[in-house]
Write a protein that binds this ligand. Structure first.
Ligand SMILES: NC(=O)c1ccc[n+]([C@@H]2O[C@H](COP(=O)([O-])OP(=O)(O)OC[C@H]3O[C@@H](n4cnc5c(N)ncnc54)[C@H](OP(=O)(O)O)[C@@H]3O)[C@@H](O)[C@H]2O)c1
Length: 431
């Protein structure tokens, strides 16, 4: 018979008992012995904060429920696990916990993207831990690999599919030719999309995650406000089909990369070659593709959401923090020593696909090509399809400064031979 693990008892306060919180509570109970053996302490649930005490609950210990989240967070637990979501009250909860000397584990990307620097400073001041692996890409181990496993390397670029809802929508638009609204309604019915999908389809959820990843990858303070964001609401079935005809899929990518003079962090719909590893990430799955100087390319793949997968990442942090408390240490705090300038989207280096409706007469192709050349944008390929007096030109550029590409597009719109700029999308991973 295995020996019952000995060691101290650590009190865990759970603020939020919803989709993720209820699974954390279940796994803490069901795997108590193993978690004790791994962390060197018995993890005892001290309380669970919820908003509505009257709701029917399955799996949560009813005797431990409270509706006073801040009081529970200040009750002196060893570890406070914040899984309530939102920013204002969650901020109050995490600040109260850190000030009381509790270590904090959270899955709250919006909170960390907005207040990460302040909360890390508070954790350092009080000699406690702040961990949030579940805040980016759910179950996928990403933040620990970035801050520990790759700590000896120099990361140059991170490309991620970090929002399952939009990846599900784009996958179905691409594979079935279904319209955005129709797929969104299905995603809501299946529970992949929230009743209010703005944060997902508008790209804001991905932007918060991009800010967190960029900060860790480049040792620089980055907030969601530093991230250039474009969502997928204006993507049509025709755009996705046109990309498909050229051997590309459309993905909402979060991109953080070195550019001349600093770093640039952006979220936007992107054409990715069908042969790129990110192109095979379908439906609600997430994946993050990291390029580092010595390691080369590394990819992380898995479930970016869901109660149980997310609870896995939360519990990983809980075990890490418990081990630290048992040995009387804290983990490394946020490092922002590099302080790289975070530059606007104009400084990003990217390629474009442009679909132009032009007059079908001699000399037009040369005129269009000269507008690209004037802005130092070189053309990677052109396809022309004629239809009466109008022709469609599909131009793919090499990588260039985004500001130069935008200036080219502005000139194309003014050109007398261009009737319309009918399609425009950035291309990544084709170089
Ligand atoms: N769900 C996912 O797949 C996923 C993935 C990655 C990260 N996350 C993050 O994890 C966090 C939790 O998400 P979730 O999906 O579990 O949310 P959820 O299902 O809405 O659960 C939120 C919980 O917090 C409680 N709560 C909300 N406001 C409260 C307040 N003012 N006082 C006390 N309790 C309060 C709710 O109480 P009631 O039960 O009474 O409503 C509920 O138990 C969020 O930050 C989210 O972004 C979620």
């Amino acid at each position: 018979v295995a020996q019952q693990p000995q060691g101290p008892v650590l009190k865990v306060a759970l603020v939020g008992g919803g989709t993720v919180g209820s699974q954390v509570a279940r796994l803490l109970r069901e795997n108590a012995d193993e978690l004790a053996a791994r962390s060197g302490a018995r993890l005892e649930l001290a309380g669970v904060a919820v908003r509505d005490a009257g709701k029917t609950r399955v799996g949560l210990p009813l005797d431990l429920l409270t509706t006073d989240a801040v009081a529970l967070a200040s009750s002196g637990a060893d570890i406070v696990v914040e899984l309530m979501g939102g920013v204002e009250v969650a901020h109050e909860v995490v600040v109260a916990a850190l000030r009381t000397g509790s270590s904090v584990v959270t899955a709250n990307k919006a909170l960390i993207a907005q207040h990460g620097a302040e909360l890390h400073a508070l954790a350092r001041e009080h000699g406690v831990d702040l961990y949030y692996e579940a805040a980016v890409a759910g179950a996928i181990p990403l933040l620990q690999p970035l801050t520990s496993s790759l700590a000896g390397d120099r990361i140059t670029r991170v490309l991620g599919i970090v929002n399952g809802t939009t990846n599900y929508i784009l996958t179905r638009m691409g594979e079935e030719g279904a319209a955005f609204d129709e797929v969104l309604a299905d995603a809501q019915a299946l529970g992949y999309a929230e009743a209010d999908p703005t944060a997902d389809v508008g790209g804001h959820d991905a932007a918060a995650k991009a800010a967190i990843v960029a900060g860790l990858a480049f040792h620089t303070a980055v907030t969601a406000a530093d991230v250039h964001v474009e969502g997928i609401t204006s993507i049509s079935v025709d755009d996705v089909a046109a990309a498909g005809d050229m051997g590309f899929v459309v993905k909402l990518l979060a991109i953080a990369e070195e550019v001349p003079g600093g770093i640039c962090v952006r979220v936007h719909p992107t054409m990715v070659p069908r042969t790129h590893p990110l192109a095979s990430v379908r439906e609600a799955f997430n994946a993050v593709f990291v390029t580092a100087e010595a390691a080369g390319e590394v990819m992380f793949y898995g479930r970016g959401a869901g109660g149980t997968p997310t609870a896995s990442a939360v519990l990983g942090d809980v075990v890490t923090v418990a081990r630290h408390r048992v040995s009387g240490v804290v983990g490394p705090t946020l490092s922002t020593h590099a302080e790289r300038p975070v530059l606007p989207i104009g400084e990003a280096i990217t390629a474009y696909y442009v679909n132009l409706h032009v007059d079908d007469r001699p000399g037009v192709l040369a005129m269009v090509a000269s507008l690209f050349a004037e802005h130092s944008v070189s053309i990677a390929g052109v396809r022309q399809e004629g239809s009466g007096d109008e022709a469609t030109l599909i131009v793919r550029t090499h990588r260039a400064r985004d500001a130069d590409l935008q200036a080219t597009i502005a000139d194309l719109r003014e050109s007398p031979v261009v009737r319309a700029v009918a399609g425009l999308m950035r291309v990544e991973g084709a170089d």
